[in-house]
Design a binder for this molecule. Structure first.
Ligand code: ADP
Ligand code: TZD
Length: 599
């Protein structure tokens, strides 16, 4: 790659007006400021203290200058991982997570994460350097030429480009507001190479910056909407509260707990809402999920969409007679997006507002003698839970050789119980589904995973961001396929000395590791990897700790040592290659598997 110093000759020739442009290496006179400095000042003014990115033309100097200015710059090996890190940093902090990339390929590498942030309602800003507008628009073949703004737009909640130094303040302010206000999402901010060395009077530059006032204003629900929801809940015979990751994002933990406990209504957390109320809470209905969804008569969704993860609110899961048929339940939906209600089935009582404001309005409107749900409903749920918990305990108690998902995850379950403050990152198919159901969570926003798309590749980016923004121990439970998408970031984990303990549930392949090539040829099946792969050596290669664990005792010792030392650790937990099912629990979405199942 050429570096900036080698480039400007060709650039300068295409620039229409270079009178106020200093080359990147020039010193800016004291009374002047430049685009680099204004971008840094605008971010810092708005409380941005960490950037996730990957340097190169035209943002190399920006990464250096950000670091020199006291912003923490976490430099990755691939932009997609930096992007996922930014997206989850946004979820965890409610400030937009910033991902900084170079133009065209770097931008595209970051774009998947931007789309992921938008899909998952995480506030994130992808900031990419871009090439000369004049050359790009005439398609004259610039270095890394691409119309990035147009490409980003459909994947982002908003997309902006800044052409002039004096507009940097407005551009950054608009990006921040768009990312965090209302339903949060991904925002693209395009910064052309020519912007950075533009100079202007320092005082005027300072005046052009905006400290965003109240970037995510509270949205107070209408009192009649609150009353309608409470009336519906009050009259329910079999009420249920369904918590989604919007409820986790809202950070209204105390009020949510008060609402849950105050109403006595059983609750069911979606995967990233686990721990908002502890999974071990007596009202938690997770262990009776397949009973409560079709049986409930009123369901209150709190920051959860009725998308594929909830079977679109219809079909067998909800007691519908056919896959498209609605069940009999009525729905309350608390959501910040006024367009969310009725996406899939009728929402009888939409409550539009931010979850903090909605929940506190509900608490204020509830009278002291709120009726507890009928004992019959609570008893029926408790009965199912007891039965399912006993069944699970039996599976967890087995100790097969080689290990299976249950025996390995039984260890993780104990370790998380002993370290409830640790962050749990989770991806894979079976590795995801089993971890979600086996490992209890005790505190809000401790579990972060593949989210709305079920995307593989979030693992190391999420781990790095979680460690960086929270300072907490991170435990990443990874399928061996899932890990492969971001494995090289082990170097990043070691470089920054982060307390990340990666546990690979290694069954030699995608889903399972026992498939063979049906032709008898020498190529392996598309679903399998090198047998007996020594993933732990990857962490060792960069100075971290690597452990091969073939028994629960070895896994336990290694996890305990990792947490004691807070050293980067990768544990290659070898499990039976025949363990697991194709696609984990979403076999029904897989045409081939469904065909197989019905044959
Ligand atoms: P899950 O996958 O956990 O079911 P989803 O991502 O489908 O969760 O849904 C999250 C919902 O939460 C989105 O509809 C989003 O608009 C909503 N949401 C996000 N933040 C807030 C907030 N602060 N207040 C209210 N709703 C929110
Ligand atoms: N690519 C991307 C970006 N996301 C995806 N979800 C997939 C591919 C398809 N896919 C899944 O949905 S799960 C999975 C893939 C490739 C990997 C499953 O294997 P694993 O986990 O080793 O990670 P288990 O425990 O063996 O099932």
């Amino acid at each position: 790659m050429p570096d900036e110093a080698q480039k400007p000759a060709s650039r300068a020739g295409t620039a229409p007006d270079t009178s106020n442009v200093a080359s990147a290496g020039d010193r800016v006179p004291a009374q002047e400021t430049d685009g680099f400095q204004l971008v840094i000042d605008a971010l810092k003014l708005n409380g941005i203290d960490t950037i996730f990115g990957l340097p190169g033309i035209p943002i190399t100097d920006l990464t250096r200058k950000l670091q020199a200015a006291g912003v923490r710059v976490i430099s990755f090996r691939h932009e997609q991982n930096a992007g996922y890190a930014a997206s989850i940093a946004g979820f965890l902090t409610r400030k937009p997570g910033i991902c900084l990339t170079v133009s065209a390929p770097g931008f595209l590498n970051g774009l998947t994460a931007l789309a992921h942030a938008t899909t998952n309602c995480f506030p994130m800003i992808l900031v990419s350097g871009s090439s000369e507008r004049e050359v790009v628009d005439l398609q004259q073949g610039d270095y890394e030429e691409m119309d990035q703004l147009a490409i980003a737009r459909p994947h982002a909640k908003a997309a902006f480009r800044v052409l002039h130094a004096e507009d940097i303040g407005v551009g950054v302010a608009r990006a921040i507001r768009a990312a965090v206000s209302g339903r949060p999402g991904g925002v693209y901010l395009d910064l052309p190479a020519k912007l950075f060395p533009q100079t202007m009077d320092a005082e005027a530059g300072k005046r052009s910056l905006i400290k965003v006032v109240d970037p995510a204003p509270r949205q107070i629900p209408a009192p009649d909407a609150v009353k309608r929801a409470l009336d519906l809940l009050k009259g329910a015979k079999r009420p249920l509260i369904l918590l989604g990751k919007g409820a986790a994002y809202a950070q209204a933990d105390a009020d949510l707990l008060a609402l849950g406990v105050g109403t006595g209504i059983p609750f069911l957390p979606m995967s990233m809402a686990k721990g908002l109320l502890p999974d071990t809470h007596e009202q938690c209905a997770s262990a009776a999920r397949s009973y409560v969804l079709p049986e409930a008569d009123v369901v209150m969704l709190v920051g959860a969409r009725l998308n594929w993860l909830l079977s679109q609110g219809k079909g067998k899961t909800w007691g519908g007679a056919t896959p498209k048929a609605w069940g009999g339940q009525k729905f309350v939906q608390i959501d910040i997006s006024p367009q969310e209600a009725d996406s899939n089935v009728r929402i009888d009582a939409p409550v539009v507002g931010d979850i903090g404001s909605c929940v506190s309005a509900m608490l204020a409107a509830m009278d002291a003698n709120w009726p507890q749900p009928p004992a019959e409903w609570l008893g029926a749920i408790a009965e199912r839970k007891t039965k399912n918990v006993a069944k699970m305990a039996e599976s967890l108690a087995q100790n097969p050789a080689p290990m299976n998902y249950h025996s390995a995850l039984n260890v993780v379950r104990d370790i998380v119980k002993a370290n409830p403050d640790a962050m749990l990152v989770n991806e894979g198919a079976n590795a995801l589904d089993f971890t979600r159901s086996i490992v209890d969570m005790y505190q809000p926003r401790r579990r972060i995973d593949v989210g709305t798309w079920g995307v593989m590749g979030i693992g190391m980016g999420y781990s790095i961001a979680a460690a960086v923004v929270s300072g907490k121990q991170v435990i990443a439970v990874e399928g061996d396929s899932a890990f492969g998408f971001s494995g090289m970031e082990c170097e990043t984990i070691c470089r920054y000395g982060l307390p990340v303990c990666v546990v690979i549930l290694n069954n030699n392949g995608v889903y399972r590791g026992d498939e063979v090539n049906p032709t008898g040829g020498t190529d392996p099946s598309p679903l399998v990897f090198v047998k007996g792969a020594r993933y732990e050596k990857l962490m060792e290669a960069f100075g971290g700790t690597g452990v091969l664990a073939t028994t629960p005792a070895e896994l336990r010792n290694a996890m305990e040592a990792a947490i004691r030392s807070r050293k980067p650790t990768l544990i290659n937990a070898v499990i039976d290659e025949k363990a697991g099912t194709e696609s984990g629990r979403i076999t029904s979405l897989n045409p081939a598997a469904r065909k197989k199942a019905t044959q």
